[in-house]
Design a protein around this ligand. Structure first.
Ligand SMILES: Nc1nc2c(c(=O)[nH]1)N[C@H]1C(S)=C(S)[C@@H](COP(=O)(O)OP(=O)(O)OC[C@H]3O[C@@H](n4cnc5c(=O)[nH]c(N)nc54)[C@H](O)[C@@H]3O)O[C@H]1N2
Ligand SMILES: Nc1nc2c(c(=O)[nH]1)N[C@H]1C(S)=C(S)[C@@H](COP(=O)(O)OP(=O)(O)OC[C@H]3O[C@@H](n4cnc5c(=O)[nH]c(N)nc54)[C@H](O)[C@@H]3O)O[C@H]1N2
Ligand code: SF4
Ligand SMILES: [Mo]
Length: 709
């Protein structure tokens, strides 16, 4: 064989321009496939691509994100469960089964017997269409999505306090202009790793960094001050900081007077609180609270970031509002180097919460209970507003309705609720009680295994759509390779199903851009206004920030420079109570459990556990525990441990860490079955946003070996 031919045979190269499917940074990348003409196994190389958010960086998850899609165990055909096993069927058969079941359930139990459950990985177009499908094709009020567990506390706080919820109020480039940065319950080093250089650059320029987290992480390690707060006690900690600011006169009087409302009530509330009590409740000394408050209060510029550590609490909504009190009292917003960021989680965590897959919401952040909003969206959809159902309930509450059999059919698109809901044992029982469970996924998740019918969907490399990153920047991700097997795009499945349900007239799209154009119109004039954003612009400008009301509008890079979209243009200050977590430790359950993430895995692990390079780095779950605590319960490092709460039991391997609070243990959320941490988490919800308190419950730990002794 000539040298030239040999080279040609190896060099059938396909370059796929795409962006990472995982977190909210949405780093751009190229996946390069090389195959030989003899049909041998292809080889893949991943190259980071320039982009404004990650500045051309990729983390280890992005580097390996091709694996679960291209070399993993994809679902390639529709399947129905017969006698406990899945058998292959055609799309027509699948649609027929769904239509028959849905029609029968609607006739017997009414429209609301069907629930829809979406996700923040869906593109804006699919998320929008899922909301429309629920309201127009099925006319059910029961739709919600996994973002309820993710962004609902910060989103609801943002809307209340600022009048708008956009993850970051500033561009990322503002971070290095900040003189003081508070990182509260956010582990950027593992969860948005490619953003770390923004913070290290700020530090090099002299920023003072304060981290608030019960344990040490890659993020807290860059901090000048680490406040190892007791789980669930952030709001109280901030009360302490606010008291110091008041006492030291570190309030921006002009800003407070001109741009906020509610100062008198807030001040009276803070005056009534006792610093000694705050120190005891939070486990942080008055001295350290003072140090943190002075550092932030005295800095000329500053930014505050919160993520799920603060937000996934039964007072998540109010906790965030207290951090916003901090921002507003010091006037540190709407200026270079000043702002707030709720660090969004999922790839389309931002867009996914704007266009109608939430129980109470219509596209553009419109509200389903607001008559004007209903009338406007109904006019875009060509229906009578009276046909639109009212608001439903939050994700976990929907699962309770499944358990109680008020919901008889569930359609899941883009989530693995069995592993991601709190109190997973109840979820499992509920899902098993369903008359009909449909799951649209590209991998066999734990939830899909329980399904009656599975619809195979395309993955990020194969479909086109927009996603809105953590800055509120809308990005276009175009299909980079053909769809495998019989997989179909989410939006196409919804349109075809609507057609078979007799509502096809409202779902006539020639392609995904058509849906985006309808979304633009449906969001026009709403809070999350995408009207001025077009696919052409997105291709030319590498993303556009919303709100963008007109095609010639540049997009809003920094919010609140002159006013807030609330009455009088003023943001809202609010007194926040010293709230205790719903479940306290006891003699039987003596430790706090908190949960979260590790660098190598993503959410319920359905995708990353199927990526061999990522799975190899963390093959199983673990419990992080202080060596002193471990010794007290006779637990050796690296041995298996039984963790028990009032709701269930899990078994994980022990990992000693001298950097976690002695009264707290940590377990990541990326594994299912006997390592599904949600079998033991508490299902108490925040009263305002219905966020579960994933970050605190009471547990006991014991060595597994004694079970057999
Ligand atoms: N590697 C990786 N990256 C991800 C994800 C992933 O699964 N894996 N998921 C993405 C998604 S959807 C999300 S929402 C984000 C989540 O991003 P983060 O919110 O940053 O991640 P978590 O690990 O859930 O929680 C952050 C930190 O909160 C701390 N914490 C726990 N309890 C408390 C508390 O009571 N108070 C305070 N102040 N801190 C507390 C934890 O110790 C943890 O270090 O990450 C996104 N990026
Ligand atoms: N204990 C505890 N529990 C938690 C959390 C915690 O910190 N602690 N965090 C919560 C948070 S922040 C989140 S965001 C949730 C996430 O919870 P889930 O949504 O359940 O998590 P994922 O693992 O992302 O599940 C997504 C599923 O959709 C599939 N999928 C991905 N992309 C697409 C797509 O484009 N279309 C379709 N049809 N399917 C797709 C994936 O293969 C996967 O099976 O978990 C929550 N649960
Ligand atoms: S996981 Fe997030 S930070 Fe890592 S490459 Fe993907 S988008 Fe970028
Ligand atoms: Mo999330």
């Amino acid at each position: 064989m000539s040298k030239l031919l040999e080279k040609e045979q190896r060099d059938i190269q396909t370059i796929m321009d795409t962006q990472c499917p995982f977190c909210s940074v949405q780093c751009k990348m190229q996946v390069i496939e090389e195959r030989d003409s003899a049909g041998g196994r292809p080889a893949y190389t991943v190259v980071p691509a320039p982009n404004l958010a990650s500045e051309g960086r990729l983390c280890i998850k992005g580097m390996n994100a091709y694996q679960h899609v291209l070399t993993g165990e994809r679902i390639l055909h529709p399947m129905v469960k017969k006698d406990g096993a899945f058998i292959r069927i055609s799309w027509e058969e699948a649609y027929e089964i769904i239509v028959n079941k849905f029609t029968e359930h609607r006739r017997t139990y009414g429209n609301h017997a069907i629930g829809l459950y979406g996700g923040g990985s869906l593109t804006n177009e699919s998320a929008y269409l899922l909301g429309k499908f629920a309201r127009v094709a099925l006319q059910t009020k029961y739709i919600d999505y996994n973002g309820r567990f993710c962004m609902s506390a910060a989103a609801s706080a943002g809307v209340k306090v600022f009048g708008i919820d956009r993850g970051l109020t500033n561009q990322l480039s503002d971070i290095e202009l900040a003189g003081c940065i508070i990182l509260a319950g956010t582990n950027i080093a593992e969860c948005q790793p490619t953003l770390m250089p923004y913070f290290t650059r700020a530090k090099e320029k002299g920023a003072y960094i304060i981290a608030i987290d019960p344990r040490e992480t890659g993020t807290t390690r860059i901090a000048d001050l680490h406040l190892r707060v007791k789980p669930g006690m952030d709001a109280t900690l901030v009360n302490g900081m606010l008291k110091v600011l008041l006492e030291e006169g570190l309030i921006d009087q002009n800003f407070v007077q001109q741009r906020t409302a509610g100062f008198t009530e807030l001040k009276a509330h803070l005056d009534s609180l006792d610093m000694q009590e705050i120190a005891e409740l939070t486990g942080i000394s008055g001295e350290l609270i003072r140090k943190a408050a002075l550092a932030y209060g005295k800095a000329a510029t500053g930014m505050v970031f919160t993520a799920r550590g603060v937000e996934q609490q039964t007072d998540g909504h109010m906790s965030v509002r207290n951090f916003l009190n901090l921002v507003l009292l010091t006037g540190k917003i709407g200026k270079p180097g000043c702002g707030y960021g709720a660090v969004t989680g999922q790839g389309n965590g931002q867009g996914g919460r704007e266009h109608g897959q939430k129980a109470d919401q219509l596209p553009g952040y419109r509200l389903i209970e607001n008559p004007e909003d209903r009338a406007y969206v109904a006019s875009v959809w060509g229906i009578d507003p009276g046909e639109l159902p009212g608001k439903g309930v939050s994700a976990y509450e929907m699962m309770v309705k499944v358990y109680e059999q008020e919901i008889r059919s569930l359609f899941v698109m883009g989530s693995n609720p069995l592993v991601s809901n709190p109190n997973a044992n109840l979820i499992e029982e509920g899902l098993k009680k369903l008359d009909f469970l449909v799951v649209a996924d590209f991998l066999m998740s734990e939830t899909a295994q329980l399904a009656d019918l599975i619809l195979p969907v395309t993955a990020y490399l194969e479909n086109t759509g927009t996603l809105t990153n953590l800055e509120g920047r809308v990005l276009l991700r175009e299909a980079a390779c053909p769809a495998p097997g019989e997989t179909k795009d989410d939006w196409l499945i919804l349109s075809e199903l609507a057609d078979r349900l007799g509502r096809g007239g409202y779902f006539k799209y020639t392609g995904v851009e058509d849906i985006f154009n309808e979304l633009r119109l449906a969001s026009r004039g709403g809070i999350a206004d995408y009207y001025g954003i077009t696919y052409d612009r997105l291709r030319m400008e590498e993303g556009v920030y919303w709100p963008c009301p007109e095609p010639d509008h540049p997009g809003a890079k920094r919010l609140f420079e002159t006013s807030f979209p609330l009455p009088g243009g003023k943001a809202l200050l609010t007194p926040v109570d010293n709230h205790l977590p719903k479940e306290q430790v006891s003699a039987e359950y003596p430790l706090y459990l908190t949960t979260g993430r590790v660098l190598t895995h993503y959410l319920t692990g359905v995708q990353t556990r199927r990526s061999h390079s990522l799975a190899a780095r963390d093959v199983e779950s673990f419990v992080e525990i202080h060596p002193k605590t471990a010794k007290k319960y006779r637990i050796e490092d690296a041995t298996l441990v039984k963790l028990e709460s009032r709701r269930g039991v899990i078994y994980v391997r022990c990992r000693y860490s001298a950097d976690i609070r002695e009264d707290t243990v940590f377990v990541p959320m990326h594994w299912g079955d006997t390592q599904n941490v949600n079998k033991i988490t508490h299902d108490a919800l925040d009263p305002t946003c219905k966020m579960p308190g994933f970050k605190v419950c009471a547990v006991s730990v014991s060595p597994l070996v004694t079970e057999y002794a």
